[in-house]
Ligand binder design. Structure first.
Ligand code: FAD
Length: 599
């Protein structure tokens, strides 16, 4: 099969904040950049970010990047790499000013400076009083940022492939990454994009859980592509459940609501967070608040007929403040819960929100993989940034407002490093045909008109016959077996069920074989990806026999620093786990040693 080919200096897969900020660096250096996105760029999930982006600007309360660093290390439950965290917190300040200069319409203080709100886990003076570090454009910060970045890229003449679906990475025999095979969704035609460097910026994978704040597109495609290329995923057991999703729907109500003075109550009308986090109360770390909500409900203190949610009160804040600072959440509450938060409290329950784990990188966005005997090496030509990557700045739990920061800082760092890499590696390398065949076979597999042969693994007769049904079954398994609390029992059962679901998928035959805009085929490819990522989450969670950050194991309730101050690495081949040490040495300051994490 002869494939159409295009050549670029760099291929960026993903047009969210990470991909677009990297693209800007590259286009500014005169390189030819292709950005591939399965949806129109400004529909990437970054657009949905509400609350804001952290930087120690000290516009509202005193602040320094060093306090921000302390909070992030503590928030990570000491599993974050302190060199990367120092880098991110220092870079935060110029990054936000950069956004301002690009035209992001931040909310303003009376002084004209950028407005900053309080978010969970933020402190002054290394654990002292609450800080206000989150720079916001009302409750639509991601929207403002993504649109500004897109417009700047149009001006810089970045080449966009809109509504192209990346199938798999292509490598040469020495393991260098040379681009990707992509599919034009509209025509159903494959296209080979050759590039000297490839950046994966495909965002998160929240769709693997049934109740999630994430968009329908967040299916972990880039993470699964890395797994298939033999690259492990790091720290996948750490998945953040945001405390305040609209009950039963998962739609997010930003932490900014609590930052503006909103608070949680249980069925007895009690402000229960006072018992779980006496100082920070409703603004404790997200993992702490999510566990508190689930515990209240499990102990019978939920609200409603089934006592299966708690309430978030904002009615005392007044209509004026809600209209100026939180207009979007008022709209969401009206649409998704049928209530007006100016008058009534919002029913909430934790919702699957954010993957702390991902493709392992250093702080330059270079993908690093184990090279035997504890050594690591950079995968030539491959970069990752944004939620799909693990730099690792969030460790076991991410602080609100630190993800927009992560995608911008490491998107830019990757862009800068790619410029240097291409100076030293100016030529395209020859592609391995085997690698291309493998990527193509995945596409052709879902294009077969014949009933499935036993071809792909041992196909099991499917109990369900459609990809959609199987996807829902899969997402329920993940929610029931790897949710806020998980134990050896739930996880080992979960892994078994996932293996069976993987086999069932191989037995499903698509009915629609048209090439043009074949959504069923895309959904099948996405489900394959989600199952790989789900296996990574459940297997890594089964492996870690302690509770740390978002990973709560009632059967191993304590944090165990002696055994578990290490990152996990999950390999798809044989569902294997390896571990590597946390980098606890910062760049220039003293490291923060592990302490008990209370709020
Ligand atoms: C509702 C919500 C609110 C949030 N609020 C905040 C907040 O206030 N502050 C904060 O710091 N963080 C927040 N977050 C988290 C943060 O927004 C995300 O982590 C971040 O925006 C992810 O950016 P990204 O660039 O990595 O990926 P995304 O913005 O998700 O973009 C991924 C891109 O990859 C493309 N893609 C994926 N797969 C493929 C494929 N196979 N082929 C081609 N293209 C592909 C998509 O089309 C898209 O362009 C929020 C998240 C959610 C869900």
């Amino acid at each position: 099969m002869t494939l159409p080919r295009r050549r670029f200096d760099t291929l960026i897969i993903g047009a969210g904040g990470a991909g677009l900020n990297a693209a800007l660096q590259l286009a500014g250096s005169g390189l030819r950049v292709a950005v591939v996105s399965k949806v129109f760029p400004t529909r990437s999930h970054t657009v949905a970010a509400q609350g804001g982006v952290n930087a120690a600007l000290a516009n509202v309360l005193p602040d320094t990047w060093h306090w921000h660093m302390f909070d992030t290390v503590k928030g990570s439950d000491y599993l974050g790499d302190q060199d990367a965290i120092e880098f991110m917190c220092r870079e935060a300040i110029p990054t936000v000013y950069d956004l301002e200069h690009m035209g992001v319409p931040f909310s303003r203080l009376d002084s004209g400076k950028i407005y900053q709100r309080a978010f969970g886990g933020q402190s002054q003076d290394f654990g002292g009083p609450q800080a206000a570090r989150t720079c916001a454009a009302a409750d639509r910060t991601g929207h403002a940022i993504l649109h500004a970045l897109y417009q700047q890229n149009i001006r810089a003449r970045t080449h966009f492939f809109d509504e192209y679906f990346a199938i798999d990475l292509l490598r040469d025999d020495e393991g260098a990454v040379l681009g990707a095979l992509v599919l034009e969704i509209e025509s159903g035609e494959p296209l080979l994009i050759e590039a000297k460097t490839t950046l994966i910026a495909t965002g998160g994978c929240g769709q693997v859980f049934r109740t999630t704040s994430n968009a329908r597109i967040n299916t972990g495609d880039g993470m699964a592509m890395a797994l298939r290329a033999g690259i492990p995923l790091q720290d996948m057991e750490f998945f953040q459940f945001h405390p305040t999703g609209i009950a039963g729907k998962g739609k997010l109500i930003t932490e900014g609501v609590r930052g503006e003075g909103g608070y949680l109550i249980n069925g007895e009308g009690e402000r229960f967070m006072e018992r779980y986090a006496p100082n920070a109360r409703d603004l404790a770390g997200r993992d702490v608040v999510a566990r508190a909500i689930v515990t209240e409900i499990m102990e019978g203190r939920g609200c409603g007929i089934n006592k299966d949610y708690v309430l978030l009160r904002v009615d005392h804040l007044g209509e004026e403040l809600i209209a100026s600072r939180l207009p979007g959440i008022r709209e969401s509450a009206r649409i998704f819960a049928g209530i007006d938060p100016v008058l009534e409290p919002i029913p909430v329950f934790p919702t699957a929100h954010y993957s702390m784990g991902g493709i392992p990188t250093d702080r330059f966005g270079r993908v690093v993989a184990p090279a035997g005997e504890g050594a690591e090496e950079v995968v030539p030509g491959l970069y990752a940034a944004g939620e799909c990557a693990c730099a690792s700045v969030h460790g076991a739990n991410r602080l609100g407002g630190n993800s927009l920061l992560d995608i911008l800082v490491f998107g830019r760092a990757a862009g800068k490093d790619i410029v240097e890499y291409i100076k030293e590696n100016p030529h395209h390398r020859p592609m391995s045909e085997a690698s291309l065949d493998q990527a193509l076979s995945r596409l052709l597999y879902w294009a077969q008109t014949e009933k499935k042969p036993s071809g792909k693994g041992k196909a099991k007769p499917a109990k369900v016959t459609s990809v959609r049904e199987l996807r829902e079954e899969f997402r329920k398994v993940m929610e029931d077996h790897a949710g806020v609390f998980r134990t050896h029992k739930t996880l080992s059962e979960g892994v078994k069920l996932l293996k069976s679901i993987r086999k069932q998928l191989a037995g499903i035959h698509l009915k629609d074989h048209s090439k043009v805009f074949n959504v069923a085929r895309i959904e099948a490819l996405e489900l394959e990806n989600m199952i790989d990522v789900g296996m990574a989450i459940a297997t890594s969670a089964l492996g870690r026999k302690e509770s740390r950050g978002a990973h709560s194991r009632p059967d191993f309730a304590a944090r165990d620093d002696r055994q578990w101050m290490k990152h996990s690495l999950y390999f798809k081949e044989k569902d294997r786990l390896e571990y590597k040490p946390v980098r606890s040495k910062p760049m220039t300051v003293k490291s923060f040693p592990p302490m008990e994490r209370t709020y």
